[in-house]
Write a protein that binds this ligand. Structure first.
Ligand code: PHE
Length: 360
């Protein structure tokens, strides 16, 4: 009779001692594999007489089941241990707060453009656009500034290069947003009411000038639009933009080739200890140029000056932003210093509108 107990004892010890799945598999093959010890003994059952085969077969089957169960239990144990070890190794604290993502901010110039677009939209103005690289016709000629006109020199113009042998007048970086007046009238005809905010370029650089800056052009053409309408629109705009009840504007006679008569407009303000206040005080700051659109400009844009008239103005956006938000140095606007942007920038969801208040 086979010594079941000693075979069982031997394999139980081996199974318990196997510390990884490969070793355990070797034990399985040694016991239950095709040429394993127990399999070989079972194969010998055939040679026994029926009586003996029956008792011996039952005992061996039991042994085989026991070893098989022990192997499975050990295998599950090893897998659990491996999982435990891996979990310990790859431990992850899902309750930790997420790493902060820095949110960008809206540049004060963009914010002010949104604000003034909202204000002028409320007065019936839509937004027009034009290219920053302009022909000299749109930038000068059509605005009643012919080639020899001294105003061309005053504009500190950036000229584009022409290929050798090409003697057409060069394109320019637009020196003001006024060429958009022409483009808008050519496109839409009259009557028309548009503003045109955008970048302009002049060769100039000091604390209050940068070679690129921003203007917003205004244009209103109709059959009976007068200087009085210009005055009202500008006063309404300043009241809404600076969010003060009382604003005082001063219209000073001036000269622009594209308006007649022309006026420069100053706004009353005070500066107490570096704090600017709009609407009160004894100081005046120039904020824009304006006037009644010159008949020659209307004609150049295909609008009949015997039927239509109206006003135009051009305002510096950067200066508006400096005044409203107390920003002292214009050059910092365009240095892309993140500390400056975080300080003076606006939250992305502060979308200005008249109903919600302009600066949230
Ligand atoms: N284009 C002028 C400038 O840049 C401003 C202006 C616009 C004046 C419209 C009158 C009318 O200085």
């Amino acid at each position: 009779m086979t010594d079941i107990d000693s075979i069982r004892g031997k394999y139980i010890v081996d199974i318990a001692a196997a510390n990884d799945e490969a070793t355990l598999e070797e034990v399985r093959l040694a016991a239950l594999g095709k040429k394993g010890e127990i399999s070989l003994i079972m194969r010998a059952l055939g040679a026994m007489d029926p009586q003996e085969r029956q008792t011996e077969g039952a005992r061996l089957n039991l042994l085989k089941d026991e070893i098989d169960a022990a192997l499975r239990a050990r295998k599950a144990g090893l897998a659990d241990a491996a999982l435990d070890a891996r979990l310990k190794d790859e431990w992850l604290d899902v309750t930790l707060p997420a790493r902060p993502l820095r949110r960008g901010s809206i540049h004060p110039v963009s914010q002010v453009m949104e604000e003034l677009t909202a204000i002028f939209a409320d007065m019936g103005f839509s937004v027009a656009e034009g290219p920053q690289v302009e022909t000299d016709w749109y930038n000068f000629d059509a605005l009643n500034i012919p080639p020899e006109h001294p105003a061309r020199q005053e504009h500190d113009t950036f000229f584009m290069n022409r290929a050798e042998g090409d003697d057409r007048p060069p394109h320019v970086l637009r020196t003001h947003t006024s060429p958009v007046q022409i483009r808008a009238m050519v496109d839409q005809g009259a009557p028309i009411r548009v503003i045109a905010p955008g970048r302009v370029y002049r060769m100039d650089m000091d604390q209050t000038h940068t070679p690129m800056f921003h203007q917003v052009e205004g244009l209103a053409i109709g059959r009976d639009i007068s200087m009085a309408n210009l005055k009202w629109v500008l006063e309404e705009f300043c009241r809404a933009f600076f969010e003060v009840e009382e604003v005082e504007l001063r219209f000073r006679a001036s000269h622009f080739p594209f308006t007649e008569p022309s006026a420069e407009v100053d706004i009353r303000y005070s500066n107490v200890g570096g704090q600017l206040k709009i609407g009160q005080g004894d100081k005046w700051m120039e904020i824009l140029g304006s006037g009644m659109v010159h008949p020659k400009v209307l004609a150049a844009a295909g609008v009949d000056p015997t039927e239509f008239q109206g006003f135009a103005f051009g305002m510096g956006i950067d200066r508006l932003a400096m005044l409203k938000y107390g920003i002292p140095d214009l050059r910092a606007f365009f240095e892309s210093d993140l500390r400056w942007l975080r300080h003076y920038g606006f939250a992305p969801l502060d979308i200005p509108d008249l109903a919600g208040g302009l600066s949230l």
